[in-house]
Design a protein around this ligand. Structure first.
Ligand SMILES: NC(=O)c1ccc[n+]([C@@H]2O[C@H](COP(=O)([O-])OP(=O)(O)OC[C@H]3O[C@@H](n4cnc5c(N)ncnc54)[C@H](O)[C@@H]3O)[C@@H](O)[C@H]2O)c1
Length: 261
């Protein structure tokens, strides 16, 4: 009997990801391209955006388009959505990854720093989610949104009160939106990385030694550790998961200081 072959074409997905010129966001973009998505990649820095787009384009997987600028500005959010719709006609996956940390003791923390942290972390996440959810609702095929929190939303960390508060609010946003977005087939989850080796943390020469001692699994996370968990939540494999936070921290938030340490 003569055999025949056929190929089942997986429909390509379309993703938007912010703050992805380097670090965790860049790795998530790489993972999404690898699993068959086209990507609109944002970073505040023009050169980081351009470098990320050209290095990811060399993967020859899907298409990646850059959109530089402040991910919390209305113009940049509109531009990312426009790029997705003009080139691909839809948005399936959104990663609100851009986030800033402005360290400072609570008693001296300035209103200016507080406003900046809330603008980028909270307003940026909120309004990107709103813009994408409007499109996902109208396209009737739903979608998956991933917000970015931190273990600082779960445990106390000195000098991070404003940042921790902004990240805890992001987790509540995902939980809160379950009711309003589930009817349209839109899932929304949060990832909460622990200590992760990115450009923001490798400036501390003791970072690996310090976090290797503190982390039950014996090392800080790599961006790939975070990206693989993110890709799972964004994928159809997580089709019945919404409103959840996935902590990826090598066990750090599962423990408390031991009297015998
Ligand atoms: N690295 C960690 O240990 C860690 C731990 C917990 C949570 N996180 C969170 O993960 C996310 C990514 O962290 P990272 O360490 O990869 O970040 P990072 O500091 O390396 O920054 C990633 C990119 O975001 C860009 N960016 C900053 N502000 C922006 C803005 N307003 N608009 C667009 N782009 C902007 C930067 O230019 C940078 O290229 C952040 O939300 C961060 O809070 C990181």
């Amino acid at each position: 009997m003569e055999g025949y072959q056929y190929t089942i074409m997986k429909p390509e997905k379309v993703a938007i990801i912010t703050g992805a010129g380097q670090g965790i966001g860049l790795e998530i973009a790489r993972k999404l391209l690898d699993s068959g998505s086209n990507v609109i990649l944002n970073d505040l820095e023009v050169s980081l955006t351009e470098d990320a787009v050209s290095s990811l384009s060399r993967m020859r997987k899907g298409m990646v388009l850059g959109c530089s600028g402040d991910s919390s500005s209305e113009e940049v959010i509109d531009e990312m959505v426009r790029l997705a719709l003009d080139h691909f006609g839809k948005i399936d996956q959104v990663v609100a990854n851009a986030g800033i940390t402005l360290f400072g003791g609570f008693l001296d923390y300035s209103r200016q720093d507080f406003a900046e942290v809330m603008r980028v972390n909270q307003a940026g996440t909120f309004f990107l989610t709103q813009a994408a959810a409007r499109v996902m609702k109208d396209q009737e095929s739903g979608g998956s949104i991933l917000l970015t929190s931190s273990v600082t939303a779960h445990q106390s960390h000195e000098n991070l009160a404003a940042y921790a508060m902004s990240k805890a609010a992001i987790e509540m946003l995902a939980k809160n939106l379950v009711l309003e977005l589930a009817p349209f087939g839109i899932r929304i989850n949060t990832i909460a990385p622990g200590a992760t080796l990115t450009e923001r943390t490798t400036s501390d020469p003791d970072y690996v030694t310090t976090w290797s001692k503190l982390t039950p699994l014996g090392r800080p996370a790599s961006p790939t550790d975070i990206a693989e968990a993110a890709a799972f939540l964004l994928s159809d494999a997580a089709r019945h998961i919404t409103g959840q936070t996935l902590v990826v921290d090598g066990g750090w938030t599962a423990i408390s200081p031991s009297p015998y340490a």
